[in-house]
Write a protein that binds this ligand. Structure first.
Ligand code: AHG
Ligand code: MN
Ligand code: MN
Length: 339
């Protein structure tokens, strides 16, 4: 008799997990499915990007002062449409929109959740056919009724209900957590189904990769400069010098480091003291996944998930990876920068 491994689809997996929450009514399940559906459509468009003339800037700048690509706009609209139509989400904050998008239609104002998202992360890489991603965070609303508000979105990462990312790479994957580990699903493009391919993803204890934009070295704090020096030293016992790898797409850099073992650093600089990455829809969701995978995420002094956000698009220095690697950076930050 031929034995086949049973394929677990994302939908089956989410429904199985729902049974672990006895009072769950399926709202989070439906919300995650809405995100997966939008991701498949964005994936199709990204794959077609080389064929049709969709590349190039729209000519508008987003609120960060960065030029939007057409695919950023498309991905943003696709996720908003899916979340609005799904009815489980009452508000969104997106990298591409200055203000909270509040749904006050007859369905969505009943939605119990709010979503923070970076619809297309690493978008400057699109033209070079380099991996890009989508990042999302899900919180339970704190307001009572009506469309969601800013207050619903300004929650620390410790309040996260779920977070994840989609990586549009050599294959497309959805990686997410609802607080019970991290699981990865690979899209079978022939049938359009995400299948469980990476159950219970965990960081290796320590790693040999460091990922940082070293072009900014001159602007880095001394603690980070010292850490880079540490990574480059010769030490057989700790497998140094480490390998330097930097794609310039947070999702892709984090995904590789999660699988192979490595630290990602985007520090504050003398030009941008809070760094570049946004707390609500880049740092917090990735930090949540890192912790769920046995790793750690810090701004150099404080756990990312403990930071109380004060504005929707605030930035934070970001260090994420296996605990031992992040703790080495934190020790150097404390040594060189009294806080
Ligand atoms: P986005 O495309 O959403 O603006 O994000 C780009 C981010 C992130 O993905 C990446 O880690 C970082 O910018 C790279 O920045 P540098 O080019 O400054 O290294
Ligand atoms: Mn981004
Ligand atoms: Mn983006």
């Amino acid at each position: 008799m031929v034995h086949r491994n049973k394929i677990t689809t994302l939908t089956e997996f989410i429904i199985q997990r729902q049974t672990e929450y006895p009072h769950a009514k399926g709202a989070l399940t439906r919300l995650l499915n809405d995100i997966a559906t939008a991701a498949k459509i964005v994936n199709r468009e990204i794959n077609a990007a080389g064929l049709v003339d969709i590349l190039g800037t729209v000519g508008k700048e987003n609120i960060q002062g960065e030029t939007q690509k057409k695919l950023d706009v498309f991905a943003n609209e696709m996720f908003i449409t899916a979340l609005k139509g799904g009815g489980e989400c009452c508000a969104i904050v997106s990298e591409e929109n200055e203000k909270v998008i509040s749904f006050s239609n007859e369905f969505s104002e009943l939605g119990k959740y709010v979503v923070a998202m970076d619809p297309l992360d690493g978008s400057s890489n699109i033209e070079a056919n380099v991996s890009i991603g989508t990042i999302f965070s899900i919180y339970r609303r704190v307001s009572e009724a009506g469309g969601g508000t800013q207050e619903d979105l300004l929650q620390p990462g410790t309040h996260l209900i779920a977070a994840g990312y989609v990586i549009y790479g050599s294959s497309t994957m959805l990686v997410y957590s609802t607080g019970k580990g991290v699981n990865g699903f690979t899209l079978d493009p022939s049938v359009g189904i995400f299948c469980l391919s990476h159950p219970n993803m965990c960081f290796p204890e320590t790693g040999k990769i460091y990922s940082i934009n070293e072009g900014n070295y001159i602007y880095f704090p001394d603690g980070v400069k010292q850490y880079i020096k540490y990574c480059q030293e010769d030490d057989v016992h700790s497998h140094r010098p480490y390998t330097s790898r930097y794609i310039g797409s947070l999702v892709a850099d984090f995904h590789r480091n999660l699988i192979k073992g490595g630290i990602f650093l985007y520090p504050g600089t003398t030009k941008q003291p809070d760094g570049k990455l946004r707390l609500l829809y880049e740092c917090s969701p990735i930090a949540y996944l890192a912790e769920q995978a046995g790793g750690k995420a810090s701004n150099g002094f404080t756990r990312i998930l403990d930071i109380e956000p004060v504005s929707l698009h605030q930035r934070s220095p970001f260090f994420v990876g296996p605990c031992s690697m992040v703790e080495t950076v934190e020790a150097l930050m404390r040594k060189y920068h009294k806080k």
